[in-house]
Design a protein. Structure first.
Length: 548
């Protein structure tokens, strides 16, 4: 813990403090709790997640990070007061972060291995004479740019978590060894104040003081639609905001607490496959599965379907593949609900959704009880009222959309409509006419129940897919319905190698809705509308991914 411990020698008092503090492990997950829940249950670990790095003593990095996201993780690490522990659940060392204090493989229940080590470090190494402040070059440059009044820097923001330099503020009180230039503890409070109205005898005459009215003070401020002038501010929410998908960063211009402008920051988490082409066709399914950690099976099956189409194999949907796809849809919707409940501010719904996500992943779900849980939420009048206000997607933008956001507005576009196997099981698109966050919630609940029925029917008539022959050449263009909407993939194969690839995902048009759905909305309502879309930041690139 070179950069995580506090400077100083461990003594009896500090040992007692460290042991007491180590009893509560407070984790700030990066990129977010939704990614962590894919491997580790919140409700089954001996630790607690926090909404802010300043409230934490552990920074947890789950999986590999892009450079852009790792830079922001470095800022978050600096905000955690010491003693702090850096845990990395990956075989790769993230850039812009120090060497991890604990590093484990990413797999189911990975924190069960990491937490005992974390507790020991917080208990036995909270103070160290070898500890040093962590002052990497990129953070120094950020501070210098800020002090010099530099231009608009996308990295130097409080991304929903703050960006205060922890090394300059002792959050724990007590000894501070070597971090401050002035160690005398003396401060000069002898300030002179010139009030400009003193009489000869030293008294002050305030009778001639000018008074500026609020009308005069606000006359040059911009005015929104309500006509009330307010000071405007520019802020970022994310990429580690607990009420938004992990890795999603939203820029907003606020007029008081009213959103004037909003947009999603593109290219922050999305990974490009441009550098790896041409690639062996056998590797394409695993390669695409790594693009989106939230729904890897959908991407894997999309690649397999495209290869089957390009290489003239049978690309029909056997039951075992249907089960994989629909299981991921159910898990994805439950994972979304856990995050959405945080945005809405319903802790009961968050805990229940998190628990159901865990049970479903472990195969312990009873459909009747899951149905009863969703019926409880459907019957909440205050929640329906809150989610039914605003959030209407204009008809002019609907034609770009697929998935729950489109179906809530009555659009029946679903890639499964073209699949003969789905139709043979009696499948049909789920739609509503509730074009709002409430409607998007209802569609996801209906899809969960429909997917449970489809899995049961498919199990009764189990079939398998034939092995794909990866040799040869050809072109393939397919689509597949993921939990967020339709994925499209076009590939060109030359002698068993992928030479060209183009992929379209549903999250880019969903992100394009953010300016419209948040315009003139109160901040809390705007965040609810953004969360209701279920945007995957892993699918948002600067432009459509096309490689030639």
């Amino acid at each position: 813990m070179k950069y995580g411990a506090r400077k100083g020698r461990m003594n009896a008092m500090r040992q007692w403090i460290a042991r007491a503090s180590a009893k509560e492990i407070l984790i700030f997950p990066v990129p977010g709790a939704d990614v962590m829940r894919l491997y580790q249950a919140e409700t089954e670990m001996d630790a607690r997640l926090t909404a802010n790095p300043r409230e934490s003593n552990v920074l947890l990095v789950v999986g590999e990070l892009t450079e852009s996201l790792a830079l922001k993780a470095g800022v978050a690490y600096q905000q955690i007061p010491r003693p702090r522990v850096l845990v990395v659940a990956s075989s790769v060392q993230p850039p812009y972060l120090p060497e991890p204090d604990v590093q484990v493989s990413l797999g189911d229940g990975f924190l069960d291995e990491a937490l005992p080590q974390v507790r020991q470090l917080l208990r036995d190494y909270a103070w160290s004479e070898e500890a040093e402040p962590w002052k990497p070059e990129f953070l120094t440059e950020m501070v210098e740019d800020s002090e010099n009044g530099g231009g608009h820097d996308h990295h130097d923001h409080d991304h929903g978590n703050g960006n205060e330099d922890e090394e300059a503020h002792d959050h724990h009180g007590g000894d501070n060894h070597g971090d401050d230039d002035d160690s005398s503890g003396e401060h000069n409070h002898n300030h002179e104040h010139d009030h400009g109205g003193d009489d000869e005898d030293g008294s002050q005459d305030h009778g001639d003081m000018d008074f500026m009215s609020m009308v005069a003070m606000t006359k040059d401020l911009p005015r929104p639609k309500d006509g009330l002038p307010m000071n405007r501010s520019e802020v970022y929410f994310g990429p580690f905001h607990p009420g938004l998908p992990g890795g999603l960063s939203v820029f907003m211009e606020l007029d008081g607490d009213t959103v004037i402008k909003a947009s999603v920051e593109a290219g922050l988490t999305a990974r490009s496959i441009k550098e790896v082409l041409p690639v062996d066709a056998k590797k394409l399914p695993d390669l695409l599965a790594e693009l989106n950690p939230l729904t890897p099976q959908s991407y894997r099956l999309l690649a397999q379907k495209a290869l089957a189409d390009a290489l003239h194999n049978d690309d029909s949907m056997p039951s075992n593949v249907l089960g994989i796809l629909e299981n991921e849809r159910i898990a994805s919707h439950l994972n979304w609900l856990a995050t959405f409940a945080k945005t809405v501010g319903n802790e009961w719904m968050h805990r229940k959704a998190t628990r159901w996500h865990v049970l479903y992943r472990s195969g312990e779900v009873l459909p009747e009880k899951l149905h009863a849980f969703m019926c409880q939420i459907r019957s909440m009048p205050y929640l329906q009222t809150k989610l039914s206000v605003g959030g209407i997607i204009p008809d002019t933008l609907l034609h770009h959309l697929t998935g729950p956001a489109a179906k809530a507005a009555g659009k029946m576009d679903d890639a499964r409509s073209d699949d003969e196997y789905y139709r043979s099981l009696g499948w049909h698109p789920v739609t509503t006419q509730a074009n709002s966050a409430w409607g998007r919630l209802l569609v996801r609940f209906d899809e969960i129940e429909q997917s449970l029925e489809l899995i049961q029917k498919a199990t009764d008539q189990q079939t398998e897919r034939e092995e794909i022959n990866f040799s040869g050449s050809g072109k393939g263009a397919v689509k597949l319905e993921s939990p967020r909407g339709t994925l499209k993939l076009s590939i060109s194969v030359e002698n068993g190698a992928i030479e060209k690839l183009q992929i379209e995902s549903p999250s880019k048009p969903l992100a394009a809705l953010v300016p419209t759905l948040t315009d003139e909305a109160e901040l809390s309502d705007a965040l609810v509308q953004i969360a209701s879309l279920d945007i995957s930041p892993w699918e948002i690139k600067g432009k459509t991914e096309e490689v030639e």
